[in-house]
Design a binder for this molecule. Structure first.
Ligand code: SF4
Ligand code: SF4
Length: 179
């Protein structure tokens, strides 16, 4: 069984926001909200400063506190890919999952349910890349099966230095950053 994840090359990302716009269009994200976003972080100290630009979204954690705390089962782990999804019809808008997520990955949709990145489940279940990955002009985003040793994401993780965000939170994120 697949375990979907993403590998993001921060050295390739130019912060163009194409991934954000593609996601909003693909997933009908209401204006003023987003399922993915760009973070710019200054590193080092003057005069040896560098800037890291990151495309961030739900990490589809292996140990997701948002699923454990959901009282209705709206937040759940789905196949293929063991992705973390929300069923809007089951969501009562209690926001327990928003409080539990250390990454700020969720928001309340104007219609009252909680929404977030689904790794474009409607595409990836048929073997098509998420919208953000497919539009990235610098190919900074890579999507695939982390459990398949022949996948491009596994190859990148084998050969390049990488890290996850907030590993100390114990959620075991499945988005890895290179560079
Ligand atoms: Fe849940 Fe947040 Fe992890 Fe996504 S990033 S699976 S919303 S804890
Ligand atoms: Fe579950 Fe919705 Fe409550 Fe989140 S807001 S914990 S998805 S019922």
């Amino acid at each position: 069984m697949a375990r979907f994840g993403m590998v993001i090359d921060t050295r390739q990302c130019v912060g163009c926001m194409d991934c954000v716009v593609a996601c909003q269009t693909e997933n009908d994200v209401p204006q003023g909200y987003c399922r993915d976003w760009i973070v710019s972080e200054l590193r080092g100290s003057f005069p040896t400063l560098s800037m890291e630009i990151r495309s961030e979204r739900c990490n589809h954690c292996d140990n997701p506190p948002c699923v454990a705390c959901c009282p209705t089962g709206a937040s759940h782990v789905a196949e293929p890919g063991r992705v973390v999804l929300v069923t809007p019809e089951k969501c009562i808008g209690c926001k327990a999952c928003i409080a539990a997520c250390p990454y700020g990955a969720r928001y309340v949709h104007p219609e009252g349910y909680v929404d977030k990145c689904s790794f474009c489940h409607h595409r990836t279940k048929d073997g098509v890349d998420p919208a953000c990955v497919s539009v990235c002009p610098t190919r900074a985003l890579h999507f695939g099966d982390l459990d398949d040793p022949r996948s491009a994401v596994s190859e990148l993780l084998r050969t390049r230095r990488h890290r996850t965000l907030l590993p100390e939170a114990g959620t075991r994120p499945r988005i890895f950053y290179l560079g």
